[in-house]
Design a protein around this ligand. Structure first.
Ligand SMILES: [Zn+2]
Length: 379
């Protein structure tokens, strides 16, 4: 179990998790089906239908994951959320042709499933569809049609957005392709939001989701392109204060007030032994008083980085560590500090130098992944 997710199985060597909130969706669907005709059978059928829908979502995600595997990219896991599925790919392919194939593989699964179902049943038309009761296989066919159509909307984080970016990236550089794709996506989100305001409130929710997805993708790609190929030493902070383990917290407070620094490396005999973050400091002062030693409040589990390490990987580690500052160490000796704040500053400076538009905050990183969302819940 990770966080609020439970492992429900393993398909093709990939763990499939279910988010706890998914149970709420099941309960809600069962309830709303029951309330229409007050029949328990309806509630059961509704729940079975949702489970079938999410089995289809897993197949869709497997489409992405197994295509990525062909290009040597592993998938960490697939998680089912009430709004759809997420396959966490280790990374996205760098080759736009491969990215296009990975993006299209998910919706392709739904197209194939819809075609198969169309072969076995004479489906009820969408207009005459009864979502409560009604023909099970017809419902599944329409679910596949809507999953394919919905996910091909050309907007991040939908598959269509990635496909669009990949197609653009075959003709221009990756960052520009992402920016154009993100702008188109935000245009689509705006349209959805407006239409949703006057019709289905669920569309407003999707619009918000798409808008944020587009923004996150654009800033992430921009950050990667600016940081690509640069060593940590180019961006690290070199003017900073350090503390010793026996200093009092009072001394750390004085440094915070006198300068801009929030987080301090703690050094003993030339070696870094810990990091005192702003949060550690405030907690320490509240619980133990300002006269307590730094050693009593500092974090001793911290990650460090070499100045020659590439920024892209270092920033990922910094974000994953949960600690706002990472000591930069050469041969065991502290030579700098890496913080997200400083990386953000560097990005702003770079874009100002190039006369470009300022990037959004670098910390709004998006997870690499493919998502698929089911159509609005049937009523
Ligand atoms: Zn997908």
């Amino acid at each position: 179990m990770t966080g609020w997710s439970w492992k429900i199985g393993r398909v093709a060597g990939i763990d499939v998790y279910m988010h706890g909130t998914f149970l709420i969706l099941l309960a809600w669907v069962g309830m709303s089906h029951y309330l229409q005709r007050h029949r328990l059978a309806d509630a059961g059928a509704g729940i079975v239908f949702i489970l079938a829908l999410f089995a289809i979502v897993v197949l869709h995600e497997l489409g992405h994951a197994l295509t990525a595997r062909r290009f040597g990219i592993r998938t960490r896991d697939i998680t089912l959320l009430p709004i759809g599925g997420v396959a966490r790919l280790e990374r996205m392919p760098d080759d736009p042709k491969q990215e296009l194939l990975v993006a299209l593989a998910g919706p392709a699964v739904n197209v194939v499933l819809a075609a198969l179902l169309f072969g076995v049943v004479t489906p009820t038309t969408w207009h005459d569809m009864q979502w409560v009761g009604g023909d099970f296989l017809s419902k599944l066919m329409w679910v596949n049609v809507s999953l394919a159509v919905f996910n091909l909307i050309p907007a991040f984080p939908m598959d269509g957005g990635r496909a669009l970016r990949a197609i653009l990236a075959m003709r221009m550089d990756y960052v520009r392709a992402t920016q154009i794709a993100a702008h188109i996506g935000q245009g689509v989100a705006l349209l959805f939001g407006l239409v949703g305001l006057f019709s289905n409130p669920f569309l407003v929710f999707i619009a918000l989701f798409v808008w944020m997805g587009a923004a996150a993708e654009a800033s992430m790609t921009q950050m990667k392109s600016v940081l690509g190929g640069l060593p940590v030493s180019r961006v690290m902070i070199t003017h900073f204060e350090t503390l010793t383990a026996t200093d009092t917290l009072q001394r750390a407070l004085a440094h915070v007030l006198a300068g801009f620094q929030h987080d301090f490396p703690v050094v003993e005999a030339g070696r870094v032994v810990g990091v005192l973050t702003r949060a550690d400091l405030m907690k320490g002062v509240t619980q133990k008083g300002a006269d307590a030693p730094v050693a009593a409040a500092m974090t001793s589990h911290f990650d460090s980085v070499e100045p020659s390490e590439m920024l892209e990987g270092a920033v990922q580690r910094l974000q994953a560590s949960g600690c706002p500052a990472m000591p930069v160490v050469r041969d065991g000796v502290l030579v700098g500090v890496l913080t997200m704040e400083n990386v953000g500053e560097f990005l702003t400076i770079q874009s100002a130098l190039r006369g470009g538009e300022a990037p959004r905050r670098a910390s709004t990183a998006a997870t690499t992944g493919t998502r698929s969302m089911p159509s609005p819940p049937p009523r």
